[in-house]
Design a protein around this ligand. Structure first.
Ligand code: GLN
Ligand code: ZN
Length: 758
């Protein structure tokens, strides 16, 4: 019996990696200094794991930006545009310049596309592959040098690599790849390079490697059994190699993949028993793993709750005898949770005692390992203490919220767009609007920071925010937009702002989690029943409305997005929690309406993100996701328009769900895939209002009137003018006014031109 974890946060306890990489990008420090920070961070992680008593320590879990990008670079699968003389040097500066250019773009060279890592809020860079690419092992290999660094510190680690199936299946064909060609067609070639790497690592003394194959938790991955067998059959056959752990997570992999892996010569299989509790039955169904060792992910790597040790122990107990041996582990890499609960000094102790961040999860893994090993005397007392202080589930019940939800019943979700439809046939054509936020200037940020730190009082803060709202309203009037927004200057973040105002949530001081590259987020923690002590947005929105005769759109964050970007209690179904959030939002919607606000937008930016990895679970998810949105928004007056916004462009896959949300207007992130969206809409016979983002706010480029006009004319092929809304494809808060103002002027002008021809 031994212990391990799949990976550990890389950003450093004080976001050292963020600071160092941003300083490096800005030219303030040389590559050598960035490398030195990175080496210290890696060392810190290994020592933390070692000192906590974790027996088997992973390496190569560090990344300067992203592990998928690292893998592409490792195998020299670098697109042509990064092979120009500007990136040709062999020295470290050139190497890093190219690496970060692939991540972030350079001058006029576009970076790799970025997308979400499975159903997490971590983003990876999508490798671009084509049939003429020949993978080869790069001259300096990161897994090798990290292993050597740790070895130099006296630690024999287990290098972690993205597995070949996951790497290829998450890659996309380059633009010039022939129709029908799939990155997975590179498998054989790539396996040869994995083989070389494994041999190299063995020669350096590595006893074990970990190949991560989370793709096996998806439907697509589960369908590639032949490739799976080929990959691990071939790597397994190598004679001079470390032991292989094929690690899976984010769900179970099914009995078929399990059978295949069991047949191959790999020594270890890692399964996620938290996100895929059915794995236990699947192991039994294949009559155990035989000669293979099970790395049992029993401590949740995705959430912040203390483990239920008794439950984990009984799960582990039920697995004894079903594998050659059992290694206690986390369900997945700890990348997805904050680093150390000890850094939180202001948390309510009652909530704090329920939490475990990455550092605390190591203790849980170690404790479980000891409990399972025979002959550990002190363990009973420790487990007893853990049990005695285990959280009491009843502590955070709000019976009023529960009673209200029960009383509402199912009928409440009626009276959406369908019923109100008759009232809106006279909507004007091609109304222009924005998604909500305006640029967050240095002054705005400073006002919020000063207020938080007590350097300015409430009255002064209100004065500054109102001044900002005045400015944003005046600008929108001047530009000629039809439906205005207040600009969201008071919001640090669209989820945290509401979490700070709802009961049942807490926020952390230092609970940072990597979202992508140097960008970290601090997800709130939803720990108990949710309720709204008082209105959250009404004051700002009504102030904005008082400054203009044009309608101002109220701006809320929807229940699914609130859950997706928080750590959420796991003691009841997500759908139940979503209903509580929805009820609080519903109260806000009615308060806004009563205050005279006629357009109310409830953002569901993350609707797609929480979609389960397996199709068989989609219906359940969509039922509660849609139900909670409708609970929040239904029942408003005929004259009120409900809007929603999604940061999602593959509209086709969820168009049915969007229809059922029953919002009057949905704006989506379509600027980069406009044609597809319009086709999807036409096919689906979509009948509600739609605002396909007419330009990409993720780029500083100002779109021309002509191109926006063309996009609008194109959209009119599928949408009636009264239902077509004109807006950018997301909020503007990350942009500067220098781009935003001309872009919006061009957008309004394009709409004017198209309207003139109707
Ligand atoms: N209303 C939010 C904004 O404009 C929406 C952001 C988002 O979709 N991510 O910033
Ligand atoms: Zn968006």
């Amino acid at each position: 019996m031994t212990t391990t974890v799949h990976g550990y946060p890389r950003i450093g306890p004080n976001r050292e990696l963020k600071r160092a990489s941003e300083a490096y990008w800005a030219g303030r420090i040389p590559a050598s200094e960035l490398d030195a920070v990175a080496a210290r961070l890696r060392r810190g992680v290994w020592e933390t794991l070692r000192d906590a008593g974790v027996a088997e320590i992973p390496s190569n879990t560090f990344s300067y930006y992203d592990h998928m990008l690292d893998t592409a670079v490792l195998f020299d699968l670098v697109p042509e545009r990064f092979r120009t003389p500007a990136f040709a040097g062999e020295d470290r500066e050139s190497e890093l310049r190219r690496y970060f250019a692939m991540a972030r773009g350079a001058d006029d060279i576009a970076p790799l596309e970025m997308t979400k890592w499975f159903d997490t809020n971590y983003h990876y860079l999508v490798p671009e592959l084509s049939p003429d690419q020949r993978p080869r092992l790069a001259a300096s290999t990161k897994p090798f040098s990290e292993f050597t660094q740790a070895k130099g510190l006296g630690m024999m680690t287990r290098p972690v690599l993205v597995g070949p199936l996951t790497f290829l299946m998450l890659a996309k064909p380059a633009a010039d790849a022939p129709q029908g060609w799939r990155p997975l067609d590179l498998l054989d070639d790539l396996l040869g390079r994995y083989a070389e790497l494994l041999e190299l690592l063995a020669a350096a003394g590595a006893g074990q490697v970990q190949l991560d194959e989370p793709i096996l938790a998806t439907d697509d991955g589960r369908a590639e059994l032949v490739a799976l067998e080929r990959a691990y059959g071939r790597l397994g056959e190598l004679t001079n190699r470390p032991e292989i752990l094929v690690s899976t997570y984010f769900g179970s992999i099914g009995t078929e993949a399990l059978e295949v892996l069991k047949r191959t010569p790999v020594e270890r299989i890692g399964l996620d028993l938290v996100a895929g509790p059915e794995s236990v039955d699947e192991i039994a169904a294949v009559s155990g793993l035989g000669d293979t060792t099970l790395v049992a992910g029993v401590v949740d790597g995705r959430n912040v709750w203390r483990a239920d040790l008794a439950k984990a122990l009984s799960t582990l107990g039920s697995l004894l005898g079903l594998a050659r041996d059992i290694v206690v582990s986390t369900s997945c890499s700890l990348l997805h949770v904050p680093i150390d609960l000890d850094a939180e000094t202001e948390l309510d102790p009652v909530i704090r005692e329920r939490l475990a961040f990455a550092r605390q999860k190591l203790d849980e893994v170690v404790l479980l390992g000891r409990a399972l090993s025979a002959g550990d005397e002190g363990i009973t007392a420790e487990l007893e203490r853990a049990r005695a202080t285990a959280p009491d589930g009843a502590a955070f019940v709000n019976s009023r919220v529960r009673a209200r939800l029960d009383a509402l019943g199912d009928d409440v979700a009626r009276n959406g767009h369908e019923q109100r439809g008759a009232a809106r046939t006279d909507d004007p054509p091609l109304q222009t609007t924005t998604i909500g936020s305006f640029p967050q200037t240095a002054d705005v940020r400073k006002a919020r920071a000063d207020h938080r730190a007590g350097r300015i009082d409430d009255a002064e803060y209100t004065r500054r925010m109102r001044a900002e709202i005045d400015r944003v309203i005046a600008l929108q009037e001047d530009i000629g937009l039809d439906v205005l927004v207040h600009g969201e200057p008071e919001r640090n973040d669209m989820v945290q702002y509401f979490a700070e105002r709802l009961d049942g949530f807490v926020t952390t001081q230092k609970g940072w989690v990597q979202s992508y590259g140097s960008r970290c987020v601090r997800p709130p923690i939803l720990y108990g029943d949710v309720s709204r002590p008082e209105p959250m947005t009404v004051e700002w929105i009504t102030y904005a409305q008082s400054r203009t005769s044009k309608p101002v759109k109220g701006m809320l964050t929807g229940p699914v997005t609130m859950l997706a970007w928080s750590f959420v209690r796991d003691d009841q179904p997500l759908g139940d929690t979503a209903r509580q959030v929805a009820l609080a939002l519903r109260d806000e919607v009615f308060d806004l309406e009563r205050a005279g606000i006629r357009h109310i937008q409830v953002d569901e930016a993350a609707l797609r993100e929480l979609l389960p990895l397996r199709a068989e679970r989609h219906a359940d998810y969509l039922a509660w996701a849609i139900g909670s949105f409708r609970l929040a928004t239904s029942g408003v007056a005929d004259t009120t328009r409900i809007h929603t916004h999604m940061c999602y462009s593959e509209f086709g896959r969820i168009v049915g769900a969007i229809e059922q949300l029953d919002a009057d207007v949905t704006s989506v992130e379509a600027a980069r895939s406009h044609m597809e969206l319009v086709d999807d809409l036409a096919v689906a016979g979509y009948k509600r209002g739609i605002g396909p983002g007419v330009y990409d706010i993720h780029s500083p480029r100002v779109p021309t009137v002509d191109e926006i006009e063309a996009a609008l004319r194109d959209a009119l092929r599928a949408v009636d003018p009264e239902r077509l809304w004109v807006n950018p494809d997301c909020g503007l808060k990350t942009r500067g006014y220098a781009e935003v103002e001309p872009a919006l002027r061009n957008m309004v002008e394009a709409a004017r031109r198209v309207r003139a021809d109707l």
